[in-house]
Design a protein around this ligand. Structure first.
Ligand code: KIV
Ligand code: ZN
Length: 497
């Protein structure tokens, strides 16, 4: 098995997304998380682009010791000078330089010709090698570059000292077969290709970034350029978690990565929170529903043997367990599973009765919670008493007023009340709830969705909180989004055993 190097560009290509910009402290936090999960190379920014980007690379270089720190440049000497400066403190450093090689880029972006671009490519690599031993060259828009010319450029930059050659499908245009063939063509037609590592860098405009990356690896690439959650410009980049888990699950791809996969879920939540970019629920590996089974046939199969409907153990990516979601399509097996989890013993007849009531309720109520299940079987004491409910909520907010919230909760049947201030009505109400529950709870995800878009719309709120390393999910829907948010928060907290 050969090693596949994982090059993460969340902090560079990912951070280019409008609204996802991070400050230096946040970038350091993310870089540390990436190093902890054993990412081989962390691309930290484009230092010539802004003093903030430059400074972040300097500061990240001071704290990261194991991963290589990489800085991006154009094929311009000034860019390379600044990149070299920004990497001064890095223990392991790489300059990533390059130029567009497709006819479109050569003609319209550079108003140049193939001969001149080849010359500039060679010169930028030679210049970067004056500062560092590890130089990666990118042939921008390689996906749409004619293979014969691409091979000549790659051969020349390797001769000039490039240690890694990046073949970006910048516009996400390639199909997996075509991209795989491109990598194979380079392996077979660049005489000195054994002197460098071929890297993939695929964008997701047609939803094929992961497939293209895997095709690249199968055909000889030994580095993959990826981002956490597939974050990136337009439709994004290749998702780290998808490629790493594909390599881990598919034994027929003859490479391994060093990624500590148990860190994937946590790192995904960190990126989503820091970049204020919710992860779609059905996102492979890291979406909320990635390990949630809701149809009766699947639930029954998973409860008998997880592998019936799961190709990986959720624990491998740091998810505690699969979720058996209760909906109108769930079967008896799922219901029985939840009653067992709640400590309620039902014989066959009782389960049949409960199932009929459950189906009636599930037809009208989308989210069936533990409390509903207990009410169905007439359990009104024990576990139910431990549940927490929101009894009253009042907020003060608006222009010119200091946000404040008063919250009344029922905890173990007892009513308790707190008033807190915060950064807004929701922050104030969450602070009041926290002050009453005496548990250390961290908000991991907070997503508000409108249903019909009108101002009288119902807001759906999804929340994930963390307590002692476990993640709890809460949901509520209400015309009043502050109430929906607090209900969802309380719903998640009430699941902490
Ligand atoms: O997509 C791309 O071509 C890039 C290069 C700058 C590496 O991000
Ligand atoms: Zn890119």
């Amino acid at each position: 098995m050969e090693k596949l190097y994982v090059f993460d560009t969340t902090l560079r290509d990912g951070e280019q997304v409008p609204g996802c910009q991070l400050n230096t402290i946040e970038k350091i936090e993310l870089a540390k998380a990436l190093e902890f999960m054993k990412v081989d190379i962390i691309e930290c920014g484009f230092p010539i682009s802004s003093p903030g980007d430059f400074n972040s690379i300097v500061e990240i270089s001071k704290v990261i010791r194991d991963s290589t720190i990489c800085a991006l440049t154009r094929a311009v000497e000034k860019d390379i000078d600044v990149a070299a400066d920004s990497l001064h403190f890095a223990k392991r450093k790489r300059i990533h330089t390059g130029i567009g090689t497709s006819d479109l880029h050569i003609k319209h972006k550079f108003k140049s010709n193939k001969k001149d671009i080849l010359k500039r490519a060679i010169e930028c690599v030679k210049y970067a090698r004056r500062f560092v031993d590890d130089v990666e060259f990118y042939a921008e828009d390689a996906g749409r570059t004619e293979n014969e010319y691409l091979a000549r450029v790659i051969e020349a930059v390797i001769a000039a000292g490039a240690t890694v050659v990046n073949i970006p499908d910048t516009t996400g245009y390639c199909t997996p077969f075509e991209y795989g063939e491109k990598i194979k063509f380079l392996c077979n037609n660049v005489p000195n290709i054994d002197k460098a590592i071929i890297s993939t860098h695929c964008h997701n405009d047609l939803g094929m970034a992961t497939a293209n990356t895997i095709a690249g690896v199968i055909n000889g690439a030994r580095q993959v350029e990826v981002t956490i959650n597939g974050i990136g410009e337009r439709a994004g980049n290749t998702a780290l978690e998808e490629v790493v888990m594909a390599i881990k699950c598919r034994k027929d791809i003859p490479v391994y990565t060093d990624i500590v996969t148990k860190e994937i879920s946590k790192t995904s939540r960190l990126v989503s929170t820091l970049m204020r970019m919710p992860v779609q629920p059905n996102k492979a590996i890291v979406g909320r529903n990635a390990f949630a089974h809701s149809s009766g046939i699947h639930q029954d199969g998973v409860l008998k043997n997880r592998e019936s409907y799961e190709i990986m153990d959720p624990a491998q990516v740091g998810v505690n367990e699969s979720t058996i979601a209760l909906t109108a399509r769930s079967g008896r097996a799922a219901l029985s599973h939840h009653y067992k989890r709640l400590g309620v013993d039902l014989n066959e007849q009782e389960l049949d009765l409960a199932y009929d009531k459950f189906l009636t309720l599930a037809d009208v109520k989308k989210d069936i919670n533990d409390q509903d299940l207990l009410i169905i079987v007439g359990v009104t004491h024990s576990k139910q008493n431990q549940r927490i409910g929101l009894k009253f909520l009042q907020v003060v907010c608006g222009k010119g007023s200091a946000p404040m919230a008063t919250v009344k909760l029922i905890i173990d049947g007892e009513e308790c009340c707190a008033t807190c201030s915060g950064n807004g009505p929701i922050d104030s109400a969450f602070a009041a709830v926290k002050s009453l529950i005496h548990r250390k709870v961290t908000l991991e995800e907070f997503l508000v969705q409108a249903i019909t878009r009108g101002s009288d719309d119902v807001g759906k709120v999804h929340i994930q909180i963390e307590n002692r390393g476990n993640i709890y999910y809460g949901f509520s829907a209400n015309r009043d989004i502050v109430t929906a948010s607090v209900e969802a928060y309380v719903n998640a907290i009430s699941k902490i055993v």
